[in-house]
Write a protein that binds this ligand. Structure first.
Ligand SMILES: *Cc1c(COP(=O)(O)O)cnc(C)c1O
Length: 426
């Protein structure tokens, strides 16, 4: 029976039968027992499904991965130890030394660094493009060795909305998959696969967990990209893998080729797997994701509207506002709401922004976003504090930018806290 997202949030992934625990159990075991040597050998040959070592697969982790695959409408999902590991694996699974890929430049700082600095050291080159450029301008960046295109549904921290359909079409014209980081929208508000994305990634640390309890990531495969049709570009998937007795992933696993390779090679060799305990915590978060996202969006919309008319506020960036540059795209891809993260500017100096934050009562100053508690960060005095105002602007961060992540408390209390903190600035 096909189910709605709200039901998948609760029932997806774990289906207990007679006498089994109703809640997903934590299989806190590194290893799994077999009766014969032959049984174990078949697992190592990837001929049978089954568990043997938690670095490669674990029943708790798998159940949560199945839930996320169902929420995104994918054929398979692999959980990772962080969002960073998810984005690294998603790209590294199809790119190797000498290859190239393209990314939108509206992406999370950690991903920016991973792509521009660390992957470069592995011999993989990345071109950053401005999504505001014309198709013609962006398409000039595709090369014969380009292997994928990357973007974020809603960028962190800028809040820019990625035109998924447009970039899927562009990537496919050049025979490569589109990878979309869907962390901020979550599948409740946007399902990138339905708009043509081939692979979807997540930092599950954010809304999916929702309570700031675990760091984790996910890579979801749509199963839609035809690797065999572009055999020359993706030999890792379409030609025999000597480290697996000459097995060819697309032949042996069909639509499961990409995720099987990711586990069989990258998890085996690099090992950034999710722990069973963290997968359990993530699953508890997922059980209420549909309720929380709705509340995050309702609250953020009210706060964004309130900020926009406040005399102390110089600008507000929230795609839910009709005045926002991305409002039309947001309505197309996320008609029910975008997310709870708002960026805004406070009139005055850096010191004024600091005073404002120090005046806050329950809204907390933390390096985090997207959980149940409303929190605030001022990049100029925190993550980017070593930079001058001039350097900040060059890095695309306004010195007055305050990032507010709206939680699920009473919106009246959130606004009252912001109000009193602004009043105390005088
Ligand atoms: C936080 C974040 C990441 C990195 O995830 P971690 O779980 O912190 O490693 C990647 N992408 C986006 C959009 C994020 O917000």
């Amino acid at each position: 029976m096909k189910k709605n997202l709200d039901t998948i949030c609760i029932h997806g992934g774990w289906k207990p039968t007679k006498g089994e625990p109703q809640q997903l159990p934590i299989y806190q075991s590194t290893t799994f027992k077999y009766e014969t040597s032959e049984q174990m050998a078949r697992l190592f040959d990837l001929k049978d499904d089954g568990y043997f070592y938690t670095r490669l697969a674990n029943p708790t982790v798998d159940a949560v991965a199945r839930k996320i695959a169902a929420l995104e409408g994918g054929v398979g999902c692999v959980l990772t130890s962080s969002g960073q590991a998810a984005n690294f694996y998603a790209v590294f699974n199809i790119c190797e030394a000498g290859d190239h890929f393209i990314t939108s430049n509206n992406i999370y700082g950690g991903t920016f660094n991973l792509f521009g600095v660390t992957m470069k050291k592995l011999g993989i080159e990345c071109t950053f493009v401005d999504p505001d450029w014309t198709d013609e301008r962006i398409e000039q960046e595709f090369r014969p060795n380009t292997k994928c295109f990357f973007g974020e549904t809603i960028s962190n921290p800028g809040g820019n909305v990625f035109d998924i359909e447009r970039f899927a079409r562009m990537a496919h014209r050049h025979g490569v998959p589109l990878i979309v980081d869907n962390t901020f929208a979550t599948p409740i508000n946007c399902r990138p696969i339905e708009w043509g994305a081939d692979i979807v990634t997540h930092s599950t640390t954010k809304y999916m967990d929702g309570h700031a309890t675990q760091v984790g990531g996910a890579v979801v495969d749509s199963g839609n990209f035809d690797w065999d049709a572009h055999q020359d570009k993706f030999p890792g998937l379409t030609t025999p893998d000597e480290s697996y007795h000459g097995l060819t992933y697309t032949k042996a696993f069909g639509k499961g080729a990409y995720t099987t390779k990711l586990v069989a090679q990258l998890m085996r060799d690099l090992g950034s797997m999710a722990s069973p305990q963290n997968a359990f915590l993530l699953n508890l978060g997922l059980e209420t994701l549909h309720l929380r996202m709705q509340r995050h969006c309702e609250n953020a919309q009210r706060v964004a509207e309130w900020l926009e008319q406040h005399p102390r506020v110089s600008w507000v960036n929230y795609a839910g506002l009709p005045s926002n540059k991305y409002h039309t795209l947001a309505q197309k891809y996320m008609p029910q709401g975008t997310c709870g993260v708002i960026a805004f500017g406070l009139k005055g100096t850096r010191e004024d922004a600091i005073k404002f934050m120090d005046n806050l009562d329950f809204i907390s100053i933390v390096t985090h976003v997207a959980d149940a508690r409303t929190c605030v960060l001022h990049p100029a005095s925190h993550t980017h504090r070593q930079l001058s105002d001039e350097q900040l602007r060059e890095a695309g961060v306004a010195p007055d930018l305050v990032r507010l992540s709206i939680g699920i408390e009473s919106v009246d209390d959130i606004i009252a806290d912001l109000q009193q903190a602004m009043e105390k600035m005088d």
